[in-house]
Design a binder for this molecule. Structure first.
Ligand code: FAD
Length: 412
């Protein structure tokens, strides 16, 4: 194999595979590297948003997802700390949304399956190496011009390119080597996930439960089809540390003892081990470009701070990065000055949404407000409609963070 390329993409998750595909479709010579061999597991809630589907459509791959084993999602169930439960359907006209998709339908499917689908389609378009772990960058003081790493047989290798793309997830080696992967525990979630079979009363809705023992975090149940559910819990890392919460213990306690769940899980079978992972949030803006490089997805800390949804922003960042990179290759300009267009365009697209989501996350920390809003929604259809709108478009989300909304709610 050649050792020189136009672009090297490190990491073949949703951001890396999407970026490599757009670049290859634009006639760039791309090498896509991943330390794993596909299909591989990725610890996740497995909910695939409308935003992800939009990028898939632009790649011409949306119909392929329908053929993969998946669960259909038509809404969200929320429960408040005092145990009130509401079921909110996705509106038919979803725009962007955290988990909603156009036509009021979203998907939940194993990332092992979804990422493999993206990777196998990408493999048809560019050079790829699986089982290759990038350990360092080649730099000359001015710019990044390649990567070093180890292949599956333990051989050390180097590859050079005009631009390096760091799409290697929340523990990104590329971002770390560039001094950009600083963890801020205020903008970072620690989460757990496992799979169950046979949980009762799952009804094509993803479920988010605000449980006292893990506040301000939450517990989720996402049905992914074939009688399987993805179960997990997540909390801001600073709260986990300060409140000394044992997330795993709280989660199993809820499953075994909480009135809302114990009957539903009584005869369910645990079909995987518990895995932990981290979510770098877009409530802080990480620099994502420089001389000869860009960062995407989790490596650029782009996860929605309210919903925890990261695949949509990962794929969106890949699309914007590929547009700037194709221009850079044409102009033969790989400087930070040129590549900053990517970060500007990306933040123009998702910056406001991330800000609103951060405000929503802050509101969600206040226990009495959670009880109040979910309680009101249980009784009032118009409050349900506002929440439904919030799941699918920016304007309704903004309404939710306005003090007027809460004042109105008091008198509703
Ligand atoms: C518990 C949990 C639940 C979540 N739930 C959801 C959800 O329901 N919906 C949602 O949209 N998002 C969810 N997220 C967030 C989502 O998983 C991420 O935002 C998304 O995976 C980011 O995609 P990515 O391509 O940037 O990185 P990743 O998917 O992490 O892909 C990175 C790739 O890089 C490879 N790699 C890493 N290091 C190297 C290296 N040194 N050399 C070579 N390759 C390397 C890895 O093998 C991997 O394939 C969740 C996250 C967690 C932890």
């Amino acid at each position: 194999m050649d050792s020189k390329f136009d672009v090297i993409v490190v990491g073949a998750g949703p951001s890396g595979s999407t970026c490599a595909s757009f670049l290859a479709k634009g006639n760039a010579r791309v090498l896509l590297l991943d330390k794993a061999v596909f299909p591989r597991d990725k610890t996740c809630g497995d909910a695939i948003s409308g935003k992800s589907l939009k990028v898939l459509r632009e790649l011409g791959w949306e119909k392929g997802v329908e053929k993969l084993e998946h669960g259909k999602v038509f809404g969200i169930t929320f429960s408040s700390p005092n145990g009130t439960t509401i079921k909110i359907p996705f509106p038919k006209k979803a725009e962007k949304g955290s988990y909603a998709a156009e036509g009021g339908k979203g998907y939940a499917l194993k990332r092992e399956v979804y990422d493999n689908f993206l990777f196998q389609n990408t493999k048809k378009l560019c050079s790829t190496i699986e089982g290759f772990t990038v350990t360092d960058l080649l730099k000359d003081g001015k710019r990044v011009f390649g990567v070093k790493g180890t292949d599956s047989k333990g051989n050390q290798k180097e590859f050079k390119a005009k631009i390096i793309v760091g799409a290697d997830g929340s523990t990104s080696t590329v971002a770390t080597k560039l001094g950009l992967n600083k963890i801020d525990v205020n903008h970072h979630i620690t989460a757990l996930r496992l799979y169950y079979k046979g949980v009762k009363n799952c009804d094509e809705k993803i479920e988010i439960h605000f449980i006292n023992s893990m506040l301000p975090g939450y517990f989720w149940i996402f049905p992914i089809g074939n009688n399987l559910v993805n179960v997990g819990a997540g909390i801001i890392t600073k709260d986990l540390k300060n409140k000394k919460i044992n997330l795993q213990k709280s989660m199993f306690n809820a499953i075994e003892k909480d009135e809302l769940f114990k009957e539903r899980f009584k005869n369910a079978e645990k079909v995987s081990e518990v895995k932990g992972w981290t979510l770098p949030l877009g409530s802080t803006h990480r620099k994502a470009h420089g001389n000869g490089f860009v960062l995407l997805g989790d490596a650029a800390s782009l996860i929605d701070p309210f919903s925890g949804e990261g695949v949509g922003n990962a794929m969106t960042s890949a699309k914007f990065a590929s547009q700037t990179i194709l221009k850079a290759l044409k102009e033969k300009n790989y400087s930070a000055e040129f590549l900053k267009e990517y970060e500007e365009n990306l933040w123009n697209e998702i910056g406001q949404e991330l800000k609103t989501s951060y405000l929503l996350q802050r509101i969600g920390r206040i226990k009495f407000l959670l009880n109040f809003i979910i309680g009101k929604a249980e009784r009032k259809k118009e409050v349900q409609e506002v929440i439904s709108g919030m799941l699918a478009n920016e304007e309704s989300k903004k309404e939710f963070v306005s003090p007027w909304f809460y004042l109105k709610l008091l008198f509703t």
